[in-house]
Design a protein around this ligand. Structure first.
Ligand code: NAD
Ligand code: MG
Ligand code: MG
Length: 330
């Protein structure tokens, strides 16, 4: 299944520059979208709840801050960047009452639209611009002249021009510099959840932790295990990211490369692959979404317990000790 990738020459900056934009929330993605769009020459206001801890930071960065309802009322494009689990309530209370026909409602992840927790009225465009990277990297790369790739999607094209708006928005946050990939809300939601669960966050942290624990359990010093299974991870990933797996393999020793082919499939084996398929199935049939929302409604009880467990794990204490000794960290 081929996808279309768009670059700067495919986007019309005037569309997004001609809109009044409201960025709702000023967290990881919120600050990056607001600042990148502002620096791209767009008219941005940030909508925050009363007493928001982010207010000072947004104002210090030179952005105009107002309450969420005012921001939504003023704007003709509203990007919702509060945590996914809070979006339905924020939407109902502060955004829906201010949507006018022809407005654009925008998301950076398809969760709420795809699983039906938010159903926008038929006379607004519903788009997505989802940067494929953490918000702080979206901002950092933009200021360095680079850009994190974006997925853009349209769930509802009331105006007939929703795709042009979505591409123009992605241009504004810097995505056109590296590539804007067109897909659907379903594809973005499912692949994003799968990636963060099986590979990027879930898979990675568990892999690093298991390697660390295996060495420590066998009597190796935790510092050694940390440097080997944790610290070096970034160097290997940087080589893959910059030049490909073949170049990473070229850079490591033949001993390491032989070991890669020898041991990799034993760790990520048929059982792990079946686990990945099961994870994907639970995302596709909505089971994961239901369980996540249930835990949110239960005060994040399960999530907080897991967070506590990793925060107090020996690997984190070892890492803190080691990183505090790096000369550049002093
Ligand atoms: P976040 O947790 O970093 O930020 C949330 C912000 O929302 C807060 O800073 C605050 O300004 C506001 N907020 C918090 N509680 C609120 C409340 N009760 N009422 C109103 N506002 C409140 O969120 P995030 O990680 O930037 O996620 C925002 C969206 O971007 C989500 O849809 C997420 O899936 C998507 N996304 C995030 C990333 C990422 O790098 N974190 C990457 C791609 C997509
Ligand atoms: Mg993601
Ligand atoms: Mg995600």
């Amino acid at each position: 299944m081929a996808v279309t990738i768009y670059y700067e020459q495919d986007c019309n900056p005037d569309i997004i520059k001609g809109k009044k934009i409201a960025i709702i929330g000023y967290g990881s993605q919120g600050h990056a979208h607001a600042l990148n769009l502002r620096d791209s020459g767009c008219d941005v206001r940030v909508g925050l709840r009363e007493g928001s801890a982010s207010r000072a930071a947004a104002e210090e960065a030179g952005l105009r801050v107002c309450d969420m309802a005012t921001a939504a009322e003023e704007a003709d494009l509203i990007m919702i960047l509060v945590p996914d689990e809070l979006q339905p309530a924020v939407y109902e209370k502060f955004i829906a009452p201010h949507l006018k026909p022809g407005d654009t409602l925008a998301f950076a992840h398809g969760f709420n639209v795809h699983y039906g927790y938010i159903t926008p009225p038929e006379d607004v465009d519903v788009i997505m611009c989802a940067p494929k990277g953490p918000g702080h990297i979206v901002r950092r790369q933009y200021t360095q002249g680079f850009g994190v790739p974006d997925l853009v999607c349209v769930a509802q094209d009331a105006s007939g021009t929703a795709w042009d708006t979505a591409l123009s928005y992605a241009w504004g946050v810097g995505g056109a510099r590296s590539g804007i990939i067109k897909c659907t809300f379903a594809q973005e939601t499912e692949e994003d959840l799968f990636g963060e669960q099986a590979v990027l966050c879930g898979g990675l942290v568990e892999l690093v932790k298991a390697g660390f624990e295996t060495l420590v359990e066998a009597g190796y010093p935790p510092e050694l295990a940390y440097f080997e299974c944790y610290h070096e991870m970034k160097m290997i990933v940087d080589l893959m990211y910059e030049r490909g797996i073949h170049f990473m393999n070229y850079s490591i020793s033949n001993t390491a490369e032989y070991g890669e082919y020898y041991a990799g499939p034993k760790v990520i084996n048929d059982e792990s692959r079946q686990a990945m398929r099961d994870i994907l199935a639970r995302i596709q049939d909505g089971t994961f979404a239901r369980e996540f929302v249930e835990d949110c409604n239960n005060g994040h009880a399960w999530l907080l317990k897991q967070r506590e467990a990793i925060n107090t794990h020996e690997i984190e204490k070892t890492g803190e000790r080691i990183r505090s000794m790096f000369s550049w960290d002093k």
